[in-house]
Design a protein around this ligand. Structure first.
Ligand code: HEC
Length: 171
């Protein structure tokens, strides 16, 4: 039996700008950079390397040990007790997460996302993290232009610093 989910539907409208979709290209099997861009890069940064800032200390997805399914679960359900939000509409409500509903979570609920994702988008972004970010070293100029497009100045710093330590740019 499903409850009506209208209030959470409205919360998902916060980020409706189509600008993120531009320049985000991924081939079949590589997951979906566009979803990563709209829902994850604000905290984990464009390169997934994470860092401090909005939402707390987002872990590096380049250094994660999680497999694709585990990544998808963290995206669906968030991580209780941390700043990692849940992205599945109805999580802890009509859908159990970590075998729990809201009432079981006491004060430990993870935050709710500003950008709810459909199950197919969650699968696609988990694939993107597992195949395009996990295990990668320092961010490269090529990765940067795949994210921002070739005309963006945002990647100049990577062109100059290619081969050295990852620079810290905040985007
Ligand atoms: C509001 C900020 C925020 C957003 C948005 C966000 N994350 Fe996170 N994420 C975090 C924080 C903070 C952590 C660290 C949690 C912890 O300390 O265990 C985290 C942890 C994770 C982890 C666990 C990594 C590991 O190795 O344990 C994964 C996977 C992850 N995020 C993926 C994503 C993906 C994919 C998206 C987009 C769908 C996303 N996150 C959106 C803040 C965010």
């Amino acid at each position: 039996m499903r409850k009506t989910m209208l209030p959470v539907v409205l919360a998902g409208l916060a980020l409706a700008s189509p600008a993120w979709a531009q320049g985000a290209r991924t081939a079949a099997g590589e997951g979906d950079l566009a979803v990563f861009k709209k829902a994850c890069s604000g905290c984990h940064k464009w390169h997934g390397g994470g860092g401090g800032g909005y939402g707390g200390d987002a872990l590096s997805l380049r250094k994660t040990q999680l497999d694709k399914e585990q990544i998808a679960e963290v995206v669906r359900c968030g991580r209780p007790g941390t700043g990692m939000p849940y992205h599945l509409r109805g999580a802890y409500d009509s859908v159990k997460c970590y075998d729990s509903l809201k009432a079981d979570m006491a004060g430990n609920m993870p935050p709710e996302t500003a950008v709810f994702l459909r199950p197919a988008e969650i699968d696609a972004v988990a694939t993107y993290v597992a195949t395009q970010l996990k295990g990668k070293g320092d961010p490269t100029f090529e990765e940067c232009t795949a994210f921002f497009g070739t005309t963006s100045r945002a990647c100049d710093v990577y062109r100059k610093k290619e081969g050295s330590d990852a620079p810290t740019v905040s985007h």
